[in-house]
Design a protein around this ligand. Structure first.
Ligand code: TRP
Length: 405
């Protein structure tokens, strides 16, 4: 991925000179790198078909709640597809990262095992893929220290995804005071009071994410657009590490590529971004009745004729899209079929489509959940595998840095 640099490289650590030959800084624009990432993703898709084993894929989720339909169509199905194509898949339960925007990760253990069940029920196969958690792999976490030395504080502060998350943070200040500006600010900008109250982990988690990806020398990261700035951090860390500490056997780290998901974005039932923490999501593990209730309460508009017009009618179009994804059909034809049926007919169609599509997932998940020891064992074995990989990488890092005592 070649990213376009449009900002200056001021703020780069260690006073590296800016100039035409200088490495691209973190300020590579998201839009510039988006176009490049899209081109590159198409090329990578071709290569996956030809040489799947050359791809080591790292992806993951924070255990902050239930996975929902946005995850399913946005990433989960894609992970299974890549696994089935023969790529090596690492799936991270990012339990430390869950603490970036909240004081305490509630029900952490339950959420972690819930994620593992969601993965298994979607078709991630522990015989071929590695499912693991941050907190069980100390050698991965240790990479954070040398990696943090490679980025400047101003680079950390510029990350647009982090800024957006700070705006939605539900953290109290470390001293205990509630932020003066409530979360959910609509302009998506970090307020001064929120900036003061977020914890250090929020600022550094993109670098932690570099450790997540690089500990296993992942070279491909399936992401949504909002994660592109983080992947830029990872590439920057890898590039700077390789330059500063050339390993005896060549560069220690690969420069991973983003694989952008082709799936269009699903909105939540309130018309905003579908999100575990915003209470507007349809959980994969919801019952058929809960699903019906959530869809009945979804925001629509007063126009009777149903159409697929994402720009003009975002809420209605997102429901049409959801039905279309579940039915493997084209959204325009789904909308035409509902025609003048209005919101009620649209919601009926969507509810049926979702419940039918998820029925096998839900049955499988219930079977797996009946034996809680199983998910735990899958996770333990995955953590042990990840740990062996992380230990070898940390050794290489120490060797490259001359930390051999
Ligand atoms: N940030 C991701 C999320 O919020 C989770 C995650 C953690 C991740 N580490 C990662 C994703 C590394 C891709 C690669 O869902």
């Amino acid at each position: 991925m070649t990213s376009t640099r449009i900002e200056s490289t001021a703020g780069r650590p260690h006073g590296a000179a800016a100039g035409p030959a200088a490495e691209p800084g973190l300020s590579a624009t998201v839009s510039g790198s988006l176009a490049a990432a899209l081109r590159r993703s198409a090329e990578i898709e071709r290569r996956i078909g030809e040489e799947p084993r050359s791809f080591r894929i790292l992806t993951g989720d924070r255990p902050t709640g239930e996975l929902h339909l946005g995850h399913y169509f946005g990433t989960l199905l894609n992970r299974v597809r890549l696994q089935d194509a023969g790529a090596q898949l690492f799936v991270l339960v990012a339990d430390y990262q869950a603490l970036t925007d909240r004081d305490r990760a509630e029900a952490l253990g339950e959420n972690v095992l819930g994620l593992v069940l969601d993965y298994l029920a979607t078709g991630i196969d522990p015989a071929r893929a590695t499912i693991f958690a941050h907190s069980a792999v100390p050698e991965l976490n240790q990479l954070l220290l040398p990696f943090l030395s490679l980025v400047s504080t101003s680079e950390l502060g510029r990350n647009p995804t982090v800024k957006d998350e700070i705006a939605h943070s539900r953290q109290r200040s470390p001293g205990g005071a509630t932020p003066r500006t409530p979360r959910g600010m609509s302009d998506g900008k970090a307020s001064v009071s929120n900036m003061r109250s977020v914890n250090g982990l929020m600022f550094t988690y993109p670098v932690h994410q570099a450790a997540d990806i690089l500990f296993c020398k992942g070279n491909l990261v399936p992401v949504g657009q909002d994660q592109l700035p983080h992947l830029e951090v990872t590439r920057l860390v890898a590039r700077r590490f390789n330059e500063r500490y050339p390993g005896a056997g060549g560069p220690v780290f690969p420069l991973p590529d983003a694989l952008l998901s082709a799936a269009p974005l699903l909105l939540g039932t309130d018309g905003g971004k579908m999100s575990k923490s915003r209470g507007n999501a349809i959980a994969l593990r919801a019952t058929a009745d809960e699903t019906a209730r959530l869809i009945r309460g979804a925001k629509t508009d007063a126009q009777r004729r149903i159409s697929y017009d994402p720009a003009g009618r975002p809420e209605v179009s997102s429901l049409v899209l959801l039905a279309a994804l579940c039915l493997d059909r084209d959204p325009v034809s789904v909308a035409d079929q509902i025609g003048d049926g209005g919101a009620a007919a649209l919601k009926r169609t969507v509810t049926e489509a979702v419940n039918e599509r998820l029925a096998p997932f839900r049955t499988r998940r219930a079977e797996l959940a009946a034996d809680p020891g199983y998910a735990r064992q899958v996770l333990r074995e995955g953590c042990a595998q990840a740990r062996a990989v992380a230990t070898a990488t940390l050794q290489e890092v120490r060797d490259a840095m001359g930390m051999r005592y």
